[in-house]
Structure formats: structure tokens, C-alpha cells
Design a protein around this ligand. Structure first.
Ligand code: HEC
Ligand code: HEC
Ligand code: HEC
Ligand code: HEC
Ligand code: HEC
Length: 403
């Protein structure tokens, strides 16, 4: 008995960071007063960054552990949690714990399971991840390290854009990383990061910076596109007793991606023309980063089909904008295990390009569509991803052209 208690205490004492109190652990704690913000956030990928809610993430973890037998699952989860769940109470696994987990020690397994599956962890990159951030100290030469680039404030203080916020539920303080559409907050996780082989696998912020440096101008930040423009509204639907909610300039908390917005149609322009015997599709990227950016297995596909006068299909062609990743044997793999990039056809920020498709002689007209996928078919199969959310094509433009 004594031994069990000591070993439980030991395990608990090895958890470094403070656990989040039940008043702050999930967006449900904020919903009563910040209803619209909470509803929009729930549609975002930030709400799905825990492996229990994300088939692609979960299957990636399993795949990596299969390929790297010296790693154990909990160790990997903690490593990825830096950005995916930065309120994780543990930032490193000790050798003793690893051994205990390997030999199947129940107490250790229980403690890890409880910590890595807590309600707060399952809630993902949630309200108290961003709004409890007091300071950000990103070193751009090192890249994003999520929780290691952040100093959290005391629990119960919400940092935000206002100097005069007054809430009955929590303390409020203004921080500059919530004002002026600054990308700094986003950069703690989205600037760029290398895998364990030293290969850069996320580079959205770097792409953005390179662009702004090249063009000697400051670009627009991230929130105007991924949240919304500032609009007149309310930050809270309740105020202190006897007071009315203040009218405020606010943004929507979509963290827009292709599944919950028209972000592609809004910022990616597609035009077509016919030159000689070619159908020319011009894509103009109005974003300050590559398209697709971010997680290295996203794909944008141009699909063209040709038809004769009798509407019979007489040809088709495809072109994909994506990065491909190779392991040391030269086989296709996921970014985290890659040794090098095999190819990269993504389109640079604020640039445009012509994609040419030769028109078959018999064709009377053609149809084309542009679509976005969270993961390409091949890699989806390799990882055994089954959730159709990731596999389906999100079509954002479709046209018919007569020759
Ligand atoms: C009982 C109502 C209530 C609850 C519950 C509540 N808030 Fe608030 N919150 C407010 C009010 C009122 C304001 C001030 C709004 C204003 O001044 O326009 C506010 C302001 C804020 C601000 C802006 C702070 C600033 O200085 O800019 C943030 C961020 C915030 N809340 C986050 C949260 C989070 C996260 C939770 C859940 C953990 C939460 N709130 C729960 C009522 C609440
Ligand atoms: C604490 C780390 C962290 C911070 C800070 C952060 N993000 Fe994220 N973000 C993530 C993670 C992790 C994901 C991927 C979640 C998933 O799908 O598993 C993500 C996903 C996204 C996505 C969706 C990408 C997709 O896969 O479709 C967008 C858009 C986004 N973030 C924008 C932002 C913006 C804008 C900011 C700044 C206001 C920001 N993020 C701040 C960690 C962060
Ligand atoms: C990825 C980081 C991130 C997450 C997660 C996040 N917010 Fe925010 N929030 C921001 C940013 C950035 C702003 C400042 C927007 C602006 O005005 O430019 C903001 C602003 C606010 C404001 C002030 C009103 C406004 O629109 O400016 C409130 C209140 C707020 N957030 C509450 C919440 C609540 C509640 C949640 C959880 C449901 C949440 N936030 C999740 C980044 C985040
Ligand atoms: C002019 C609008 C615009 C601005 C500004 C912008 N983005 Fe984007 N962003 C987009 C569009 C459109 C997409 C979808 C295409 C893609 O995946 O690249 C996108 C995609 C993303 C994705 C990947 C989404 C996915 O599904 O994988 C992330 C992450 C992201 N942006 C983060 C950022 C960050 C961080 C900033 C600021 C440094 C930023 N964006 C600035 C328009 C914008
Ligand atoms: C430096 C911060 C960071 C670390 C560390 C990190 N990620 Fe991510 N991850 C992100 C961001 C940011 C996104 C969203 C990117 C986007 O789509 O643009 C993301 C997205 C993903 C996605 C796509 C999820 C979706 O819903 O489509 C997978 C899968 C993923 N990460 C796996 C992992 C794994 C596995 C690890 C650990 C080996 C890991 N990540 C470590 C920042 C990080």
C-alpha cells in the first residue's frame, strides 16, 4: 500500500505545469456570456486539435510510433502537445516514466491517461490557451515551439484587446498581441517548425515574413481573413448587474479554414482564357502565405474534363498544388518523418501563375473545377485515415468553357 501511494505521489510530482481549474477548463465555461464567440470557435480546427477528436492526427501518431519503435505513444503525444494542446501539464517524459509505461505499470498509465485526456486537453486550442497568454517570446531563428514560446498569466485573468473590459466572472487585462491585427500570437504555433531530422514542415509565418520583407511593406496580419474584419457588436452578451453590454468593435472567432468559410473563394482568384490550343487557368493567391500552406499534406487540385458536341467525354487532366515528402529510402511519407522534400508545387504568397492544359482536337467544350483536400488520397490511404472530413474534396470554383 505504502509503495503504491509513494509511486502515485512520484508520478504526480513529475507533472510540471499547473492543471487548469474547472472554472476555465473548456469553452463551455465561457459560453453563457460569449455565446457567439464560443459557437464560431467550435467550428474551427482549433476545437479539434486533440487526438480524440481528430482522425488524421490520431492516425499520424499511430503511424509515427509504428515507424519509430523507440518512441512510445504518450511521449509523442506530449511532444506534439506543445502546439496542439499547450496547456498539457507535462512537457517531457522522464526515463523512469517511460520504463514504467513500457512494462505496463498501471499507476503510471492511469496518471498519463488522466492527464493527456483531461477535459481541458480534449477542448484543444481553446479560450484559455490564447486568452491566458501574458507574454510571447518567439525566437524566429528557432521557430515555433508553442507552449515554450508562451508565458501564461495567472488563471482567471483573461488577456484581450480592450483596456477597459469589466467582467463579473474573470479579471481582464489588455495585451498588445491582441491589438492591431498583430500576427505575433499566431506565430507562437504557426511561424514555422522543423521535424526531428531538421527539415522545416510548417512555415506559414516564415512565408508571410519573407513576403513582407521582399516587398518592403507590412501585410495585413492574420485575423482580418481568418477571423473577420472588425464589426460593431458585443464582446459579451452579459455585463455586471445593473449595467448593459458595451457596444464594441469585434471579430468573429472562426479561425476560418475551407470547411467553415468561403476563404478560398474570397482570397484566391481563378480566371480562364484560351490561348492557341490551350486552356489557361490563372490562379491568383491574394494571401500573404503559400497556398496550400501550413500542415504539409494539404492539396489544391485543378481538374479539367473535355467533351465533344455529343457530350461524350474525350479527355481529362489534373494538376495538383502540394508538397510531397520523402524518407531516407526515398519513399513517400508524412512531413514529421521526412528526410527531404520530394517536390513542392504550392503557389507563393501574393503571386499568380498560369496553368496550361492542352485541348484535345475533338473537344467542343471543357469543364474545370478547383478543389481543396485536407490530405491527398495517397497519403490518406497510407495513414489509413477513414473520416471523410479529411478525404473529401471541397470544391471552391467550377466553370464551363466553350472552345
Ligand atoms: C458571467 C459572464 C462571463 C463569463 C462566464 C465569461 N466572461 Fe469573459 N467577459 C465578460 C464581460 C462582461 C466582459 C467585458 C466585455 C466588454 O467590456 O465589452 C468580458 C471580457 C472578456 C475578454 C476581453 C478581455 C479584454 O481585456 O480585452 C476575454 C478575452 C474574455 N472575456 C474571455 C473569457 C473566457 C475565456 C471565459 C471562459 C473561461 C469567459 N470570458 C467567461 C463576461 C463573462
Ligand atoms: C497554441 C498554438 C496555436 C496558436 C497560438 C494559434 N494556432 Fe491556429 N492552429 C493550431 C493547431 C495545433 C492547429 C491544427 C489543429 C488541428 O487541426 O489539429 C491550428 C489550426 C489553425 C487553422 C486551420 C488550419 C487547418 O488545418 O485548416 C487556422 C486557419 C489557424 N489555426 C489560424 C490561427 C490564427 C489566425 C491564429 C492567431 C490569431 C492562430 N491560429 C493561433 C495552433 C495554434
Ligand atoms: C487562437 C487564439 C484564440 C482563441 C482560441 C480564442 N480567441 Fe478570443 N481572441 C483572439 C484574438 C486574436 C482576439 C482579438 C481580435 C481583434 O479584435 O483583433 C480575440 C478577441 C476576443 C474577445 C474580445 C472581442 C473581440 O472580438 O475582439 C473575447 C471576448 C474573446 N476573444 C473570447 C474568446 C472565447 C470565449 C474563446 C473560446 C470560445 C476565444 N476567445 C478563443 C484569439 C483567440
Ligand atoms: C488575405 C487573407 C489571408 C491572410 C492575411 C492570411 N491568410 Fe491564412 N489562409 C488564407 C486562405 C485563403 C487559406 C486557404 C488556402 C490554404 O490552405 O493555403 C489560408 C490558409 C491558412 C492555413 C491553413 C489552412 C488549412 O486548411 O490547412 C493556416 C494555418 C493559415 N492560413 C494561417 C495564417 C496565418 C498564421 C496568417 C498570418 C501570419 C494568415 N494565415 C494570413 C487567407 C489568408
Ligand atoms: C510548432 C507547433 C506544432 C507542433 C510541435 C506540432 N504541430 Fe501539428 N499542427 C500545427 C499547426 C499550426 C497545424 C495547422 C496547420 C495548418 O493546417 O496549417 C497543425 C496540423 C497538424 C495536422 C493536421 C490536422 C488536421 O486537422 O488536419 C496533423 C495531422 C498534425 N498537425 C500532426 C502533428 C503531429 C503528429 C505532431 C507531433 C509529432 C505535431 N503535429 C506537432 C502545429 C504543430
Amino acid at each position: 500500500m505504502k509503495y503504491i501511494i509513494i509511486s502515485i505521489l512520484l508520478v504526480i510530482s513529475l507533472f510540471a505545469s499547473e492543471e487548469i481549474g474547472i472554472k476555465w477548463e473548456s469553452n463551455k465555461n465561457c459560453e453563457a456570456c460569449h455565446m457567439d464567440i464560443s459557437n464560431k470557435w467550435e467550428t474551427s480546427r482549433h476545437a479539434n486539435s486533440h487526438f480524440s477528436k481528430n482522425d488524421l492526427f490520431k492516425k499520424s501518431l499511430i503511424y509515427i510510433v509504428e515507424k519509430k519503435p523507440t518512441l512510445i505513444l504518450d511521449e509523442l503525444i506530449i511532444d506534439c502537445a506543445k502546439c496542439h494542446n499547450p496547456r498539457v501539464t507535462k512537457s517531457k517524459i522522464s526515463d523512469e516514466d517511460k520504463l514504467s509505461l513500457l512494462i505496463g505499470d498501471n499507476n503510471t498509465a492511469y496518471a498519463y491517461n488522466k492527464s493527456l485526456n483531461s477535459k481541458n486537453m480534449q477542448n484543444g486550442v481553446n479560450c484559455v490557451v490564447c486568452h491566458n497568454i501574458d507574454k510571447i517570446h518567439l525566437d524566429k531563428t528557432v521557430g515555433s515551439r508553442g507552449m515554450h514560446d508562451i508565458t501564461f498569466g495567472s488563471q482567471g485573468t483573461m488577456f484581450g484587446p480592450f483596456a477597459d473590459s469589466d467582467s463579473p466572472y474573470h479579471k481582464s487585462e489588455q495585451r498588445e498581441h491582441f491589438t492591431n491585427n498583430s500576427p505575433k500570437l499566431c506565430f507562437a504555433c504557426h511561424f514555422g517548425a522543423k521535424n526531428h531530422q531538421g527539415l522545416e514542415v510548417y512555415s506559414t509565418g516564415k512565408e508571410y515574413d519573407r513576403f513582407s520583407k521582399d516587398n518592403n511593406e507590412t501585410v495585413e496580419g492574420c485575423s482580418s481573413c481568418h477571423m473577420s474584419e472588425k464589426k460593431q457588436g458585443f464582446a459579451s452578451n452579459y455585463a455586471k448587474v445593473g449595467e448593459k453590454p458595451k457596444s464594441r468593435m469585434v471579430r468573429k472567432h472562426y479561425f476560418a479554414s475551407v470547411n467553415n468559410s468561403d476563404i478560398m473563394a474570397d482570397y484566391v482568384e481563378v480566371k480562364n482564357s484560351i490561348q492557341d490550343n490551350e486552356l489557361v487557368i490563372n490562379i491568383k493567391n491574394n494571401t500573404p502565405h503559400k497556398i496550400p500552406t501550413g500542415y504539409g499534406l494539404r492539396e489544391i487540385t485543378i481538374s479539367v474534363s473535355y467533351f465533344d458536341k455529343q457530350d461524350k467525354e474525350v479527355g481529362e487532366e489534373r494538376y495538383t498544388l502540394a508538397a510531397k515528402w520523402k524518407d531516407e529510402k526515398g519513399n513517400l511519407t508524412i512531413p514529421y518523418l521526412a528526410k527531404s522534400m520530394a517536390s513542392d508545387t504550392r503557389l507563393d504568397g501574393k503571386s499568380n501563375k498560369n496553368y496550361r492544359f492542352s485541348i484535345p482536337k475533338k473537344a467542343a467544350y471543357g469543364k474545370y473545377s478547383l478543389s481543396y483536400r485536407f490530405i491527398g488520397k495517397d497519403m490518406g490511404k497510407i495513414l489509413n485515415v477513414t473520416d471523410t472530413f479529411f478525404l473529401k474534396e471541397y470544391i471552391f470554383d467550377k466553370q464551363e468553357v466553350h472552345f
